[in-house]
Design a protein around this ligand. Structure first.
Ligand SMILES: [Fe+2]
Ligand SMILES: [Fe+2]
Length: 271
């Protein structure tokens, strides 16, 4: 069984120290193969916020992947936003997109941000196709392909639907055609666990949608604690995927795992 930890929306600059320490304890104890942070790493894209994020990731004691979110471009410094929007991100993490290959799964991290948009994300369909096809060619046919994009294809709450990726139905078609198995997202600070049927029920092969809440920021939504997800890939020839959400429990000061959700592969993709 291979385990990936998915965290999102750390918003360093607004982190809660007790929650940050609890997240470090819990994730270290899980001993994941890799941790992916799906954007909004910082609150205002400041150098000290990126440094705090880098220190946090280093303390996890495992390999880490990062993609940017809309908050990782300076919002309140127009000149920097215009002329060097990704300067601090690049200095800290290098490339804005990533590819990682593990034992049973691979992760493609895509950048959906733009200095010209404030919150909404977009991924060009051509770029998406070329990137996913290139990743697929490197993988065994039974490898699980996980795609991470900051903004979601679907949201748990109706009021957040305005936050979904631009052209989300078209993006879902491309991801389905190219055999994506799981799509990770953040951005709305409300966890999500469903399948691509929520975006487009007519897709020929469905994939899993797994959204993570904010892991350490005080910017939680009403009734929604800090959280993160684990994705476990089974060892069989047609492996199951188990998605588990870990919520911060204020009483114990620790993250606690919720009931795991098991997804299996059928002729119509994941159910
Ligand atoms: Fe966020
Ligand atoms: Fe965001």
């Amino acid at each position: 069984m291979s385990m990936i930890v998915h965290i999102s929306d750390t918003h360093f600059g607004t982190e809660v120290p007790a929650v940050t320490d609890a997240a470090l304890r819990c994730i270290r104890a899980l001993r994941p193969e890799v941790v992916i942070l799906s954007g909004d790493v910082t609150q205002r894209a400041r150098a000290e916020e990126f440094r705090a994020a880098q220190n946090f990731l280093a303390e996890l004691g495992t390999e880490t992947l990062v993609i940017p979110g809309n908050h990782d471009i300076p919002l309140d410094r127009p000149l920097q936003r215009l002329f060097s929007p990704y300067a601090e991100y690049r200095r800290t993490f290098g490339e804005r997109e990533c590819f990682w290959q593990g034992q049973r799964a691979a992760i493609v991290g895509l950048d959906a941000t733009s200095p010209l948009r404030h919150t909404r994300g977009a991924v060009g369909l051509d770029h998406l196709s070329v990137t996913i096809e290139a990743a697929r060619q490197k993988l065994a046919s039974d490898a699980i392909l996980i795609v991470a994009i900051h903004q979601p294809l679907h949201t748990a709450w109706d009021e957040d639907r305005k936050e979904v990726l631009i052209d989300s139905r078209d993006i879902a078609c491309v991801l389905s055609r190219l055999g994506a198995d799981v799509v990770l997202s953040g951005h709305v600070h409300v966890p999500l666990a469903t399948t691509s049927r929520a975006v487009n029920s007519a897709l020929s092969r469905h994939f899993i949608l797994a959204g993570a809440g904010t892991v350490v920021s005080r910017r939680t939504r009403s009734g929604t604690p800090n959280s993160f997800n684990t994705i476990q890939v089974g060892d069989g020839a047609t492996p199951d995927i188990v998605l588990t959400r870990f919520d911060f429990d204020a009483a114990s000061g620790e993250f606690q795992g919720a009931d795991p959700l098991r997804f299996r592969q059928t002729n119509e993709g994941w159910v």
